[in-house]
Design a binder for this molecule. Structure first.
Ligand SMILES: Cc1ncc(COP(=O)(O)OP(=O)(O)O)c(N)n1
Ligand SMILES: Cc1nc(C(=O)O)sc1CCOP(=O)(O)O
Ligand SMILES: [Mg+2]
Length: 506
């Protein structure tokens, strides 16, 4: 999708909501993880829709959820909505695009090759296809049984645009709709008529994500297979030209937005970090296009936050004094609404570290916690094995532990390992990229934490912290691969890795 990756899209209809108003429905669905809302309300007057839309827009904006208006461009413009969805009997797509400008999202319902082609050439951002199955939520003009999965798959092949499937979709059939090629699922009754709307949204979204990740992992394996057949020289050429194309589309979109914003206003990233890797963290921050500050005095740090965009707390060489500064600075950052990225280096290795981290986690609101498998397992209350600050041992349940911790602390958890995991407690992105040389250089974990802080410090509309974190982790790993194609010894690799980050941010 143009502005972010949508999985689940709620279309409102108060009359189909069992006596609940659409504000209550939308709030509960947002709590359950929906990505977009469409104001439909066919039986309300334009004035009523305007009033409801004003409230829904505020709720969506606060939650980072896309807000779309059905049928009426005038209403979408008046509400400053993120976009509009139009059918074949509404204003033509081309006129809509001219009225909206290029930034707003334009969704078009299309049922034939001709309608899809017209929508594409008018500049639509997605195609709505339905009804897939029979539905009681709308009188269908033709084919009361819905078009079915085969027709959906045929129409999907006719367009490069994301396809939003709608009509009769629910928990029991959503997997088949995703497998037939839908990129996003739009529903009315599956959520508006649910007993527990939040729970129904979570379940539907989880099913969508698990079905999508099954099919994308199949694609991913295929890519890896091709990868192995290439010689190192061929790989080097391909990587040089294609690194960014290798990012999944939604993450590539997110990176473009982050990169544009970074080049316009370099965010200042205040670090309270360890003295082993401080210099590398400063350099990596600078190479992404941000401004590193590594001041560690109590008064200086707190004052510095006035002009900072993100704060790194890395406990790698924690002591009584630095802990006090972290807690005080963290509280100030929370007051100022500055995102905090915490690296619980070696938690569990000593009682002191564990107590320090527990206090930071309890008293601060954290945007991201990034740790290795042992650190995250320990924070989630599970057994883990550490040698010094290194994670050793097997972690079969690490994804569950990370999800549980993210949900419990309402944060994003990033687990760095051979296969990285990023989760917000509902969504999970796994990244099996990177190179083993990352493990041969001290500090690449701390540098990942600083890099995450850079991305959290960039304010971008419509990209959640989850997508931003997933984008960064993916990109970081790809750039390491790119560096490793050229170099195969640790010291030069580190230099090349810095340069790749610098070049990619230009
Ligand atoms: C996401 C999405 N897809 C299709 C539609 C249907 O739009 P339309 O054909 O204009 O019909 P109405 O919703 O206006 O009855 C949609 N609303 N959303
Ligand atoms: C609004 C709408 N548009 C459709 C289309 O075919 O374009 S079907 C539909 C109704 C969707 O409601 P439910 O999820 O309850 O079936
Ligand atoms: Mg319409």
């Amino acid at each position: 999708m143009k502005k972010s990756n949508w999985d689940l899209y709620l279309v409102t209809e108060a009359e189909l909501s069992r006596g609940r108003d659409s504000i209550e429905v939308v709030k509960a669905a947002i709590a359950g993880g929906i990505d977009a809302v469409q104001l439909r309300e066919k039986n309300m007057s334009l004035r009523e829709r305007f009033k409801l839309g004003q409230q829904l827009k505020k709720i969506c904006q606060k939650a980072g959820v896309i807000f779309i208006v059905n049928d009426r461009i005038d209403l979408a413009l008046a509400l400053e909505a993120d976009g509009v969805h139009l059918g074949q009997s509404d204003l033509p797509a081309l006129t809509a695009r001219q009225l909206l400008g290029s930034d707003q999202i334009l969704g078009i319902s299309a049922h034939t090759r001709e309608e899809i082609a017209a929508a594409e050439s008018a500049g639509a951002d997605y195609i709505g296809i339905g009804a897939i199955f029979p539905t009681k939520s709308k009188k269908l003009t033709e084919n009361n049984n819905g078009i079915g999965l085969k027709k959906l798959a045929e129409l999907k092949k006719m367009t490069q645009l994301p396809v939003v499937a709608i009509g009769g979709i629910n928990e029991s059939n959503v997997g088949s709709v995703i497998k037939a090629g839908a990129d996003t699922i739009a529903v009315i009754s599956a959520l508006t008529r649910a007993d527990d709307i939040k729970q129904a949204s979570q379940k539907l979204k989880n099913t969508i994500l698990s079905t999508s990740s099954d099919s994308s992992s199949a694609k991913f394996n295929l890519k890896e297979k091709n990868f192995k057949n290439e010689t190192k020289a061929e790989l080097a050429i391909n990587m040089q030209h294609n690194t960014l194309l290798e990012l999944p589309t939604n993450l590539a979109d997110c990176w473009q937005i982050l990169k544009n914003s970074l080049s316009k206003n370099s965010p200042l990233i205040q670090h309270l970090t360890n003295n082993v890797t401080i210099n590398d963290c400063a350099n990596v921050t600078l190479n992404w296009g941000a401004l590193p500050v590594m001041t560690s005095g109590e008064r200086d740090s707190v004052e510095m936050l006035e002009s900072a965009s993100a704060l790194v707390l890395n406990i790698g060489s924690i002591d009584k004094r630095s802990f006090k500064v972290m807690l005080k600075s963290g509280k100030k950052a929370n007051q100022l609404g500055i995102p905090i990225v915490l690296d619980p280096v070696g938690v569990g290795a000593t009682e002191y570290r564990t107590c320090a981290i527990q206090k930071l986690i309890t008293e601060l609101d954290l945007a991201i916690i990034k740790g290795n498998q042992a650190e995250i397992s320990i924070l989630a209350g599970q057994q883990a094995e550490l040698k010094g600050v290194e994670s050793i041992g097997e972690y079969q349940h690490i994804e569950e532990a990370a999800k549980k911790l993210a949900a419990q602390l309402r944060t994003i958890i990033v687990v760095s390992a051979a296969e990285d995991i990023i989760t917000d407690g509902i969504q999970v992105q796994r990244v099996k990229r990177g190179d083993q040389l990352l493990g041969q250089v001290v500090g690449t974990g701390c540098m990942l934490t600083s890099s995450l802080a850079v991305m959290m410090g960039v304010k971008v509309k419509n990209n959640s912290n989850f997508i931003k974190a997933a984008t960064l982790v993916y990109l970081y790993s790809l750039l390491a691969e790119k560096a490793a194609v050229k170099i195969d010894t640790p010291a030069k690799f580190k230099q090349e890795f810095f340069d790749q980050i610098f070049l990619c941010s230009q």
